[in-house]
Design a protein around this ligand. Structure first.
Ligand code: NZQ
Ligand code: ZN
Length: 385
């Protein structure tokens, strides 16, 4: 196991009918901005419940955060926060709203000439303070509710950022709030969480026995509850496990002390930026093809994945590995996700453009060892056609 620091200060408030407890978690005298997306939380009554929990506090609403939140949209919120002297941010929505809110949290405290410098890949952003924020999660997927990451779209490119300053103070995880999700979003969320686990697990062995077994437990849970969550909106146990798996998949725990390979995410982000394909879906398209291409580099962990997650115990090592990758792709397909690029209208020249854009973004040495070049990205995408 590698050396690591593990730090996660986010308080989780888990369960049904607990929104009234927001009152306990936000200072009584706070001026609160409630941030949300395209309107689902208004339509389904969540904002009303939140307004009543916030009681007499002064509240400003900021709606219209789009999926894959844009820098310009979030800067409008920053202007209001600064003008109105807001001192607490409450994100109500999925990953896009939570990430956008994190950006507002630190951009509001930074000088304007620094706003575009806030994207520094996964290096900490150059700010020393941020407004406190909390989350009410309506879409389990990204893990943003319990991590220090965010992704904002700037000049048609997706920029990840990271700062321990933007860990949410708390996150409410209520399975009932996810019952209005369309099937497509449930499928995307399951795929996103599954791939988060895979990218911290399917690398090379470092004898992180705890991390491996947590990761395998999460993967097996997602395989079990993905279809049951889709099949029955009232299966509250499935929903609870879906939410908790998604949070645990990217809150730092399983990724501590082990190598990471975020290549699928980096390629996926480009597919979202260029073609608007939803985040989770891009990952389901890229991952099977990437695993087939990277069989040799990931051989030992792929075998472990085959035996422990998919319980494949017959056949040669190669047969087990091939079957595990096929089962992974079939799992995504069973959720209703089509995993070939042509279905999304993407052709050879588009693949060339994806690769060229990744080069512009400096994404030229991906994987757990930095050996995944753009030629290999090209091969992965071509095989995913
Ligand atoms: O905007 P509204 O009207 O609320 O509708 C949303 C949106 O259209 C809808 N939705 C959310 N909750 C709902 C609901 N509809 C009905 N009922 C509900 N309960 O779902 C749509 C998609 O929402 P979005 O927030 O965009 O999805 P997701 O949670 O998948 O977030 C994706 C974003 O997170 C980033 C992605 O890059 C992308 O920008 N990521 C953030 C990460 C992080 N912070 O750690 C890691 C991830 O890998 C990812 O990159
Ligand atoms: Zn993701």
């Amino acid at each position: 196991m590698q050396n690591f620091d593990f730090y996660n200060p986010t308080q989780i408030v888990f369960g049904q009918d607990r929104l009234a407890e927001l009152d306990k978690h936000i200072p009584q005298n706070a001026k609160v901005m409630v941030l949300y997306g395209g309107g689902s939380v208004k339509k389904f009554g969540t904002l009303d419940k939140i307004a009543s929990a916030l009681g007499s506090r002064e509240v400003i609403e900021f709606g219209g955060i789009e999926p894959n939140p844009k820098f310009d949209t979030m800067m409008k919120a920053v202007e209001i926060v600064q003008a109105e002297k807001v001192d607490f941010l409450l994100a109500v929505g999925g990953g896009s709203v939570m990430d956008g809110t994190k950006f507002v949290a630190f951009a509001s405290t930074a000088d304007s000439e620094h706003h575009t410098l806030l994207f520094h890949g996964f290096n900490p952003v150059p700010v020393s303070e941020a407004l406190p924020l909390g989350c009410v999660v309506t879409l389990p997927a990204t893990g943003s509710e319990m991590n220090p990451f965010g992704v904002v779209t700037y000049n048609d490119q997706k920029y990840p950022f990271m700062s321990p300053l933007v860990f949410p103070k708390f996150s409410f995880l209520d399975p009932d709030l996810t019952r209005t999700l369309p099937d497509e979003q449930v499928a995307n969320g399951v795929a996103d969480a599954f791939v988060h686990v895979v990218e911290q697990y399917l690398t090379y062995p470092v004898h992180g026995m705890v991390q491996d077994r947590f990761a395998e437990g999460l993967l097996k849970t997602l395989v079990e509850i993905g279809p049951t969550t889709l099949a029955d909106k009232d299966d509250i146990d499935a929903r609870k496990n879906f939410i908790w798996s998604a949070t645990m998949a990217l809150n730092g725990l399983i990724g501590s002390g082990v190598p990471h390979d975020w290549a699928t995410h980096m390629i996926g982000h480009e597919l979202t930026a260029m073609f608007g394909i939803a985040h989770g879906r891009t990952l389901a398209i890229v991952l099977p093809s990437l695993l087939r291409e990277r069989k040799e580099q990931k051989r030992e962990k792929l075998l472990q994945f085959a035996e422990r997650v998919w319980e494949i115990n017959e056949g040669s090592d190669d047969e087990k590995i091939n079957s595990a990758i096929d089962k992974t792709e079939a799992f995504f397909n069973s959720l209703g996700i089509v995993t070939n690029l042509t279905h999304y209208g993407i052709n050879d020249s588009d693949i060339d453009t994806v690769v060229a854009n990744m080069e512009k973004m400096g994404l030229t040495a991906l994987s757990e060892t930095g050996d995944l070049t753009l030629d290999i990205v090209h091969k992965i995408l071509t095989a995913a056609k």
